[in-house]
Design a protein around this ligand. Sequence first.
Ligand code: G4P
Length: 283
Amino acid sequence: MNFQWYPGHMTKAKRQMQEDMKLIDLVIELVDARIPLSSRNPDIDELGRQKARLILMNKADLASENQTRRWSDFFRNKGYFVVKLDARTRSGMKGINDVIMEACREKMERDRKRGIKNRPVRAMVVGIPNVGKSTFINTFAGKACTKTGNKPGVTKGKQWIRLNKNVELLDTPGILWPKFEDQRVGLYLALIGSIKDEILNIDELSLELIKILKENYPGILAERYDVAEEAEPPDILMQIAENRNCVKKGSELDYSKAAALTLDEFRSGRLGKITLEFPEEQR
Ligand code: G4P
């Protein structure tokens, strides 16, 4: 995690992805279900045009189930296949194979008409750092897979993971860069812990989190920290510091400790299943 992007990185990543796109039928894009738009880079729509598209709403275990459903509808209405997921467990993987076949049905039909039989669907996983790409590949591929490489027509050194007789997966995921131009994107990525904490002001960040929770998840702060939610965020943070005994030497309240504690409890899911951005906010 903890990524910083430079123009050089982006150009190289983009060129690599353009090359890889030539080899595949299906783009499997992972987004973070807590921030489904801020954790994607819409440039993938241009890079992956004419490919079948599957969006995996990953870390769904940490996101509001209701909002994940609404976001899934949002993406489906735009023509993507969508599956929600906790990439760390095998349970969500069963349905993915079926959705992959469904997403590639047109391509297989075209192959069949041209007399091409049994050519597996080739897919590649893409996403910004820390969305769970490697976790997904490991869990999805599991132990049963066999690696194949250096086939005719495949760039030398490319490794394909054969998932079953129908599907092959490129073993290295494509890394997309976040779209930092919008300030909210930077804020959301920081809140979920994808940007180094040291370069951010923890106190400010926790106040933003408190503001979002207060507005969209009434009762959560009151229940967990026994605070009066109608107070302003800085006062709420003060109450958290008091109630959780966050004190410096000399019994002065330690706001930064309370801020770090709140962020940590949000990120680990201890505050509940919380989505930070909502489909209705989008243009
Ligand atoms: P990347 O390849 O896209 O960069 O992401 P990676 O798989 O390395 O996953 C980043 C972190 O997210 C890992 O945690 C991983 O365990 C966690 N993760 C991946 N998928 C899920 C999910 O669906 N739900 C939850 N809750 N977490 C997920 P880490 O803290 O970096 O490592 P560790 O805690 O696993 O040791």
